[in-house]
Design a protein around this ligand. Structure first.
Ligand code: 0PR
Length: 374
């Protein structure tokens, strides 16, 4: 095949994808233009061998300290990984390696992302789930009760996948200190939202008990995929993850994957440099404004949010959630659903502008009319 034919072939597949302008279910978004430029510049870099890609390695250290600064710890340790799943695995793996017990367990909220299912399976750690209060935040007294001598870590979520809720991380931090267990905070989504919001939610290293944080540039950081982030309070957590790498330019490796893209690092770095704190705040504010617009429009149609939205994730109660999702999908609009309580869920990412919200509402009106969903 010649180049033109290959490109046309590729385009024919790509055309089958649903464009982001019709996606209200995703925590990913179109990368920022500067992210694409940066990605291209670093396309052949491999951080699995940092002795070759010396500059890219240095760039990653800079990015980690930039994110660390945002999370109240300039000198934190960590790296850019494939996403929130890997970050959560590594956060818990490090805690497990630092406290060797025969039958390790972790205590996590019921609202935790499904990546923790994988963690239980891969790491041989028992998962103890804790119920939520009426606002869908983890019940901290239950967390306290569930901790035993085999508990290696507790987990709090800063921006739950389904509702965008933030657990009382300050209380979890106190518990972690008192019970001498690690506290891993899953801020895969909220980590790049909360620091730019006017309302303050303590969730990061300013809380003494927080040992590790998942924070993903490929979500609200508008970086190219894959760009997740795992940050630790200090280097000792990375040491607990190391294996020897006899024939590489580095002696040890603490990452889960071997070969890994420097392009993701460059893209995440470029976005934060380009936008700065002010630029990020502007984008977050726009997302929050469009979330409120969506809520107001949905309320006019008789749909109430499960909780008053905190960030740009919102779910609306309806018994016909699945049917609504299916009907919208037939019309090439994508939303998601949650089971407890039964609801439809939307994420108002940077690509979901005011016009898209209003177009969506028009389609939504037609759908609920066609299936009598009010
Ligand atoms: N932690 C939280 C709180 C998450 O919401 C997610 C993903 C993860 C961890 C795992 O992150 P990775 O998917 O990067 O490993 N939350 C989204 C979700 O499950 C992921 C997603 C993104 C799903 C885009 C669909 C999609 O189109 O809803």
């Amino acid at each position: 095949m010649d180049v033109v034919d290959i490109i046309n072939d590729l385009k024919s597949f790509r055309r089958k994808d649903i464009p982001y302008s019709r996606v209200l279910s995703s925590m990913c978004t179109s990368p920022h233009p500067i992210a694409v430029k940066a990605h291209q510049l670093f396309i052949e870099t491999n951080l699995g061998d940092p002795g070759i890609f010396v500059g890219t390695w240095e760039l990653e250290r800079k990015l980690i300290s930039m994110i660390g600064k945002l999370l109240h710890k300039n000198d934190c340790a960590g790296y850019i990984c494939s996403g929130g799943t890997e970050a959560n695995i590594q956060g818990i793996r490090s805690a497990r390696n630092l406290k060797r017990v025969k039958k390790p367990n972790i205590v996590i909220p019921k609202s935790a992302h499904f990546s923790f299912e994988k963690i239980g399976d891969i790491l041989g750690v028992r998962i103890k789930r804790v119920g939520l209060d009426e606002d869908y935040r983890v019940n901290t007294s239950e967390v306290e009760k569930k901790i035993d001598k085999n508990t290696i870590a507790i987990v709090g979520i800063a921006g739950t996948t389904e509702l965008g809720q933030v657990d009382p991380i300050d209380e979890l931090s106190e518990i972690a200190i008192e019970k001498d267990v690690k506290l891993h905070v899953d801020a895969a989504f909220g980590g790049l939202v909360i620091p730019f919001m006017d309302k303050k939610f303590p969730f990061d290293f300013e809380l003494e008990g927080v040992s590790s944080i998942t924070i993903d540039p490929h979500k609200m950081g508008m970086a190219t995929i894959p760009a997740g982030g795992i940050l630790f309070r200090d280097e000792s957590y990375l040491r607990a993850l190391e294996v020897e790498t006899p024939y590489l330019t580095s002696k040890y490796q603490y990452t889960l994957t071997g070969t890994r893209p420097g392009a993701s690092v460059a893209s995440a770095y470029a976005v934060l440099k380009y936008l700065g704190f002010k630029g990020m705040k502007r984008i977050i504010e726009r997302c929050l404004k469009n979330t409120i617009l969506l809520v107001e429009e949905m309320q006019k149609l008789g749909f109430e949010p499960v909780i008053e939205p905190i960030m740009n994730v919102v779910s609306f109660k309806t018994k016909k959630a699945e049917k609504i999702k299916e009907e919208l999908y037939k019309r090439r609009w994508v939303i998601s659903t949650i089971k407890e309580p039964r609801a439809i869920r939307m994420v108002i990412m940077p690509h979901v502008n005011e016009e898209i919200v209003l177009n969506f509402i028009e389609e939504f009106k037609r759908v609920i009319k066609s299936i009598n969903a009010i």
